[in-house]
Write a protein that binds this ligand. Structure first.
Ligand code: SAH
Ligand code: SF4
Ligand code: F3S
Length: 490
């Protein structure tokens, strides 16, 4: 019987991407997906550290897993950003864990598991610099039709609230040709949609030398290059940074048919004073210029954002400025966060300016009410329109429905139909709208894809819509050697 694994992922899409690489690595050494965390032989927790409650979540999860380990001897692995931040502390607080590794050495996972077999203490390995670009590692996608593709890792900015650069390191870009090559290989393997990942996609490529020149963003070029990959239906990306956003990226979006009309443009605050303190070097007016320009060029485009409430020193006037920008921009969706002090960041030192929690909560609710109203209105405006959906999955709550996403990334449920499966493209008319999703008519038109046909065949075999099984591969030879000795805590 092959050993089985389960992965719990916290945090952003970078972590989702890393988890699919971790799954790929585990499968190359003979592991197979488990049906649940409870039945898995190995559980990997891929952690996030962007806000404080991530810590509580990790230690809560590890407490639960301790019981599981006592009952079933489960191998427990902790990876990702919080592991990079806390390292040996994780092993001290939860000594029942087998392996801890960070954000830069995902590729070491098979070696670390081998080392853990003969170790009595947790095997901890953290390195300061990226060992290999995650895309160089094998990947195991969740679904046939979609893949994450990292175009750069790390971040060269120093937003004063943000811990990410200290965990993911400086920005390193991949070459355009490598990315296009990976995307072509993914399309040959049934993928119809890719999401390009970078902490700041607008600075993508500045570190690369092209024709003897460096320092220029190559993101618009990359979008155009991906526009000519046959059978690639949809390209998404996250996140752009408003400071570095150049209009040629908007032009490339508008001109490249397979680039979806969705821009996730993190605002963080609408107050120029706070943007300065956050070291986000754009101002509200520049941000709104970008919003207006986007709406002019792509009237169908969906705009989404991230906003922090209660950054140190935030006054009623600062918050009113944020509300004013939000009112004008009318985001289709906004992810709102209460400011959370992160160790080692400049904002965490502004203790005297921390905003009273009750005030933050009141502001948070006011902002959330406004952004939810905008989400609802944007969905209501689409009633009666026809939309093409990339079918994602059976609905979680209703087996007679499937769910899919419009090009603008709106979630739509529509009646299931034996003409299509997850991975196919279907046209529907929007009939009903609520804040978080819309309801579509029975499919008006269906475009089958290779992913849809493969998923349909898997469903007919009773395998489910997620990719569960890869062809068996030989387990790694016992002689696999460790590149470096594990660091043992204590
Ligand atoms: N690279 C992306 C953001 C990555 S972090 C960008 O620059 O847009 C994702 C989001 O988490 C951020 O946009 C921010 O809104 C939020 N965030 C980051 N640090 C935070 C903190 N200390 N407290 C609250 N929210 C935070
Ligand atoms: Fe963090 Fe700013 Fe970099 Fe985004 S751009 S990851 S918020 S430092
Ligand atoms: Fe992402 Fe969280 Fe790390 S947001 S980069 S997983 S700290």
């Amino acid at each position: 019987m092959p050993r089985t694994y389960a992965i719990r992922t916290f945090g952003c899409q970078m972590n989702e991407h890393d988890s699919s690489r971790a799954a790929g690595l585990l499968e190359t050494i003979g592991y197979r997906p488990a049906d649940s965390v409870e039945t898995a032989d190995l559980v990997l927790v891929n952690t996030c550290a962007v806000r404080e409650n991530a810590d509580n979540k990790l230690y809560g999860t590890l407490g639960h897993l301790r019981t599981l380990k006592a009952e079933r001897g489960t191998t427990l692995v902790v990876g990702g950003c919080l592991a990079q931040k806390d390292g040996a502390t994780v092993a001290e607080k939860a000594p029942w864990v087998d392996v801890v590794f960070g954000t830069h050495n995902l590729g070491s996972l098979p070696d670390l598991l081998l080392a853990a077999d003969s170790a009595t203490l947790p095997v901890v390995e953290l390195v300061e610099q990226l060992e290999s670009f995650p895309s160089a590692l094998p990947a195991k996608r969740d679904v046939r039709h979609h893949a994450w593709v990292s175009i750069s890792v790390g971040c060269n900015n120093s937003c004063s609230f943000c811990i990410v650069p200290s965990l993911r390191g400086p920005e390193v870009s991949r070459r355009v040709g490598d990315i296009v090559g990976e995307v072509q290989a993914l399309v040959a393997d049934d993928v119809v949609e890719v999401t390009l990942l970078g902490q700041n996609v607008n600075s993508y490529g500045r570190d690369l030398e092209v024709d003897g020149r460096a320092g220029r963003s190559l993101f618009a070029d990359l979008l155009r290059a991906l526009g000519s990959v046959p059978d690639l239906e949809r390209v998404r990306f996250t996140s752009p940074h408003p400071r570095d956003f150049t209009l040629d990226v908007l032009d490339a979006m508008a001109e490249t048919t397979n680039v979806c009309e969705h821009l996730h443009l993190p605002l963080q605050s609408g107050s120029d004073r706070l943007l300065k303190a956050m070291r986000r070097s754009y101002r509200a007016e520049r941000y709104m210029d970008l919003v207006r320009r986007t709406r002019e060029l792509m009237p169908e485009a969906t705009l989404t954002t991230d906003i922090i409430v209660g950054f140190p020193g935030e006054t009623d006037e600062d918050f009113a400025a944020t509300m004013a920008v939000v009112e004008e921009a009318r985001f289709e969706q906004a992810y709102t966060f209460k400011y959370s002090p992160r160790p080692g960041t400049d904002a965490a030192m502004m203790v005297d300016d921390f905003v009273d929690d009750a005030i933050v909560t009141t502001r948070y609710h006011a902002l959330e009410a406004l952004t939810r109203r905008h989400s609802l209105e944007s969905h209501q405006r689409l009633i009666g329109s026809t939309q093409e959906l990339l079918v994602q999955s059976p609905s979680k709550t209703d087996p007679t429905r499937l769910s899919g996403y419009t090009r603008g990334h709106h979630l739509v449920h529509l009646p299931a139909d034996d003409r299509f499966a997850p991975g196919d493209l279907v046209t529907t008319e929007i009939r009903e709208a609520s804040t978080n999703y819309m309801i579509g008519s029975p499919a008006i038109d269906v475009r089958r894809t290779r992913a849809g046909r493969a998923t349909e065949a898997a469903l007919a075999r009773g395998e489910g819509w997620q990719i569960r099984h890869l062809p068996p591969t030989d387990p790694a030879p016992e002689s696999a050697t460790r590149r470096r000795l594990p660091v043992l805590p204590g």
